[in-house]
Design a protein around this ligand. Structure first.
Ligand SMILES: NC(=O)C1=CN([C@@H]2O[C@H](COP(=O)(O)OP(=O)(O)OC[C@H]3O[C@@H](n4cnc5c(N)ncnc54)[C@H](OP(=O)(O)O)[C@@H]3O)[C@@H](O)[C@H]2O)C=CC1
Ligand SMILES: Nc1nc2c(c(=O)[nH]1)N=C([C@H](O)[C@@H](O)CO)CN2
Length: 236
């Protein structure tokens, strides 16, 4: 039996890109389940619109498995899973391992476990999708965010493997983003330096990620693909 209007799960939707994508899905009448770690205004805003918020700390296997168990109490099907949750942490002397383990957990272990344990929920929906939100920086590496980049590269590998494993019932794709939206503390000099890295030289905002998600959800013939959404960094 195919579920109609099965919810879409998006992780890390309490702020910024995830919040925007969750709001746009709700705008289109799509039911949404989202994960959050910190209580933020965006979390309550999504609840107020009828989305179901489920706490998740993906920094450990136990935390991810607890999230998966809680998720199963809220739904018996899923239209899609959007893996958005992420930590962008530079190497800091003295706790390199902690940072690496944390980003491995949120960028690789959590998507891996959620995909494996929740694929039966996706199989009750037609069509069904998994979207991994990754980073264009994987293309060339990063001197300032070595562990972040390596774990996002691992996420891109999961896209290929799960696309092969889950075809034809579930499509699995990625989005390799770059410079979507700055953080509050980013100063003018940093902003100018980052904008200069791309051919288009703009801060596009989170809608470009939603447009990419929409394309992947709507296109029945795309799987195992990672969309580059980087303002032309690769041709600069
Ligand atoms: N912003 C940009 O310009 C770019 C973004 N991207 C990618 O796009 C996606 C969205 O980016 P953006 O909105 O800036 O992301 P954020 O940095 O705002 O992170 C999104 C959410 O992830 C959650 N999160 C982080 N670590 C964990 C964890 N261990 N367990 C559970 N949740 C966690 C955070 O929760 P909490 O609220 O508790 O902190 C946060 O709200 C990310 O995957 C990012 O890597 C890629 C390139 C550029
Ligand atoms: N989880 C996050 N990942 C990334 C962020 C962010 O704020 N949170 N920001 C970036 C930068 O915008 C980078 O693209 C600038 O070159 C990358 N990833």
């Amino acid at each position: 039996m195919t579920a109609t209007n099965a919810p879409i799960l998006i992780t890390g939707a309490g702020q910024r890109v995830g919040l925007h994508c969750a709001e746009r899905l709700l705008d289109e009448g799509q039911s949404v389940i989202f994960s959050y770690r910190s209580e933020r205004p965006g979390v309550q805003a999504l609840r107020d619109r009828g989305a179901i918020g489920v706490f998740a700390d993906f920094s450990s296997e136990a935390g991810t498995l607890a999230f998966i168990a809680e998720l199963h109490t809220h739904t018996q099907s899923l239209r899609a899973i959007i893996h958005n949750a992420s930590a962008w942490v530079a190497e800091t002397p003295g706790d390199e391992s902690r940072a690496f383990i944390d980003m491995f957990s949120v960028h690789m272990l959590a998507p891996y476990l959620i995909n494996l344990h929740c694929s039966p929920l996706l199989q009750r929906s037609t069509p069904a999708d998994i979207v991994h939100i990754s980073d264009d920086v994987v293309r060339k590496g990063s001197r300032q965010h070595i562990a972040y980049c390596a774990t996002k590269a691992g996420l891109d590998s999961l896209t290929l493997s799960f696309a092969a494993q889950f075809a034809p019932l579930i499509k699995v794709n990625g989005i390799a983003a770059a410079m979507v939206m700055f953080n509050e503390g980013d100063d003018a000099a940093y902003r100018a330096k980052v904008l200069n890295k791309s051919a288009l030289g703009i801060e596009p905002g989170p809608e470009v990620i939603y447009q990419s998600v929409r394309y992947l959800l709507d296109n029945p013939y795309v799987t195992g693909t990672t969309l580059t959404v980087n303002g032309g960094r690769h041709i600069k």
